[in-house]
Design a protein around this ligand. Structure first.
Ligand SMILES: Nc1ncnc2c1ncn2[C@@H]1O[C@H](COP(=O)(O)OP(=O)(O)OP(=O)(O)O)[C@@H](O)[C@H]1O
Ligand SMILES: O=C(O)C1=C[C@@H](O)[C@@H](O)[C@H](O)C1
Ligand SMILES: [Mg+2]
Length: 185
């Protein structure tokens, strides 16, 4: 078990950069709890596409902010959280992230484009996935970088590569700042 006072590991970044996949894999490897805020929203309120259709993006953001605040408030050092890509734009979420170890999964459009083809689950990308993703990248990158304790380059990286890069960086921070990998359950 990790020592008390450790921070939860929180993954941030744009759509399709691997937050859900990588977060789950890291959590399973160490026996940590895994929470994906998009999945919590879907469990409680229905699909993200439906919420956008019924309440618009602003309605989705309200729901999302409440779920993210609840999840982050309840997250301890044995928890990995994958956040929805746009959730970090909310001020309260930004404040709550100060108590977490925040890892930004950095990608480029060439890396994610094949993953977006045929996708219907991400309503923001409905009108030209590549162009919208690239615009969101320009708009949000400064926010992600400002919040991040760690930046993981996911370009030319398999899922296992990303997991290993993330773990190396967390390990390098040491137990005082990060999660103590020598102390897994
Ligand atoms: N490094 C990688 N190499 C190849 N495929 C990947 C990689 N990382 C993730 N994927 C695949 O890309 C898709 C999107 O990954 P994932 O759902 O984890 O992204 P996400 O960041 O959680 O996206 P969202 O913000 O929309 O929830 C999945 O099918 C996943 O298997
Ligand atoms: O980047 C975004 O704004 C989003 C990312 C996804 O994780 C979902 O939360 C939703 O599709 C919106
Ligand atoms: Mg996800």
């Amino acid at each position: 078990m990790s020592p008390a006072g450790e921070k939860p590991l929180v993954l941030i970044g744009l759509m399709a950069t691997g937050k859900s996949t990588v977060g789950r894999r890291v959590a399973v490897r160490h026996g940590w709890r895994f929470v994906d805020t998009d999945a919590v929203i879907v469990d409680r309120h229905g699909s993200i596409a439906e919420i956008f259709a019924q309440r618009g993006e602003s309605g989705f953001r309200e729901v999302e902010a409440a779920v993210v605040a609840e999840v982050l408030s309840g997250a301890d050092g044995n928890t990995v959280v994958s956040l929805g890509g746009g959730s970090v734009l909310h001020e309260r979420t930004q404040e709550l992230l100060s108590m977490a170890l925040v890892a930004y999964l950095d990608a480029d459009v060439a890396t994610v484009l094949p993953r977006l083809e045929g996708d219907t689950g991400r309503p923001l990308l409905a009108d030209g996935a590549g162009e919208v993703w690239a615009r969101l990248d320009r708009e949000r990158r400064p926010v992600y970088e400002a919040l991040a304790d760690l930046v993981i380059d996911t370009r030319d990286a398999t899922i296992d590569d990303v997991v290993n890069r993330l773990e190396e960086q967390v390990h390098r921070l040491g137990p005082a700042e990060g999660k103590d990998h020598g102390n897994d359950r």
